[in-house]
Ligand binder design. Structure first.
Ligand SMILES: [Cu+2]
Length: 277
C-alpha cells in the first residue's frame, strides 16, 4: 500500500458532482418507492411469488446502488486534490477481496435459488388435469386462439393447411377439428387453471399478460405450454390486455388482443357459441 500525502480538500467541482449523485439517488428512490409507473394490479395466484422475488431483487440491488453511489459522492466531494497531494492506493487486498466476493456470491446464490423455486413451480409442476386448454398462435401481427369445441379434442394441424383465413392449419380430414373454435380474443374462467399451448407461424413472438405476470415466447416449430390460475376478484376491469413482448417486425407495436375473465363455465360456453356462428 502506498501512503497518500495530505488530507485532501473539499473542492467546488467535487461538491457539485457529489450533489448530482445525491439527486440521482433521491430521484431513483422516488421512482421505485412511489411507483408512478409500475406493473398493473396482480390478477393471478402464482404472480404473487413472482412479485415477491422481483421485490427482493430490487431491494438488494437498491441497497447496493444507494451505498455505492453515496460513497462515490462522498469521496468525490470530500477528497478533492489541490495538485500537490497524492492519494493513497493499494494493488491488492486479499481480505477485502475475499469479503466482497464471498458476500456477493452468497447474496446472488440466495436470489438465484429464490427465483429458481418460483420458476420450477410454474414450469416444472404438473399441470392440473382440469385446466382449461387453449391454443395460442402468434403470427405477424396478431394473436389467434383455438378452443377444442364440445368434443374436448383439438383437430390435427399441418402447416400445409395454413391459409390467409385459417391460421392454425386444421386438417379438414380430421373429425376432431370440425368443432374447433378459433377466436381473435381470449376468454378464460376466474379461479380455474388455464393451460396455454403457445405456437408461432413465422418469427419469435412473446405472449405477454402483464396483469397475470405471464410472459412466454412463441417459437416457430415449438409448442410451449404454460399454465396459471387467474384471480380477478379484486379487479375492476374484466378485459385485460394481451401484448407481444418480442420485437417481431414492422407491425409489432399493434400486435395485441384482449383477454376476458368469465365468472364461470356457462359464460365461457355462451361466448364460444357466439364465436362459432
Ligand atoms: Cu409479435
Amino acid at each position: 500500500m502506498a501512503e497518500g500525502t495530505g488530507p485532501g480538500r473539499i473542492t467546488p467541482s467535487g461538491v457539485i458532482f457529489g450533489f448530482m449523485i445525491l439527486v440521482l439517488i433521491v430521484y431513483s428512490l422516488y421512482y421505485f418507492i412511489a411507483q408512478p409507473f409500475w406493473f398493473p394490479k396482480l390478477a393471478s395466484i402464482h404472480g404473487q411469488q413472482i412479485d415477491q422475488v422481483f421485490m427482493a431483487v430490487l431491494i438488494v440491488s437498491g441497497i447496493a446502488f444507494v451505498a455505492v453511489q453515496a460513497l462515490l459522492g462522498y469521496f468525490v466531494a470530500r477528497y478533492g486534490a489541490n495538485g500537490t497531494e497524492k492519494a493513497s492506493y493499494w494493488h491488492d487486498n486479499p481480505k477485502a477481496e475475499a469479503f466482497l466476493l464471498i458476500g456477493t456470491a452468497v447474496i446472488l446464490t440466495v436470489l438465484v435459488f429464490m427465483g429458481q423455486r418460483v420458476w420450477a413451480g410454474i414450469y416444472f409442476s404438473d399441470k392440473p388435469p382440469d385446466a382449461l386448454v387453449v391454443e395460442v398462435l402468434g403470427q405477424q401481427f396478431n394473436w389467434n386462439f383455438r378452443y377444442p369445441g364440445p368434443d374436448g379434442a383439438f383437430g390435427r394441424t399441418d402447416p400445409k393447411f395454413v391459409t390467409g383465413t385459417e391460421a392454425f392449419g386444421i386438417d379438414p380430414a380430421d373429425p376432431a377439428g370440425k368443432d374447433d373454435i378459433e377466436t381473435p380474443t381470449l376468454h378464460i374462467i376466474n379461479k380455474k387453471p388455464v393451460l396455454f399451448r403457445i405456437k408461432s407461424n413465422d418469427v419469435i413472438h412473446s405472449f405477454f399478460l402483464p396483469n397475470f405476470r405471464v410472459k412466454q415466447d412463441a417459437v416457430p416449430g415449438m409448442k410451449i405450454e404454460i399454465w396459471f390460475t387467474p384471480d380477478t376478484d379484486n379487479q375492476k376491469a374484466d378485459a385485460f390486455e394481451i401484448a407481444c413482448a418480442e420485437l417481431c417486425g414492422a407491425g409489432h407495436y399493434k400486435m395485441s388482443s384482449f383477454m376476458t375473465v368469465d365468472p364461470d363455465q356457462a359464460a365461457l360456453t355462451k361466448w364460444l357459441q357466439e364465436m362459432k356462428q
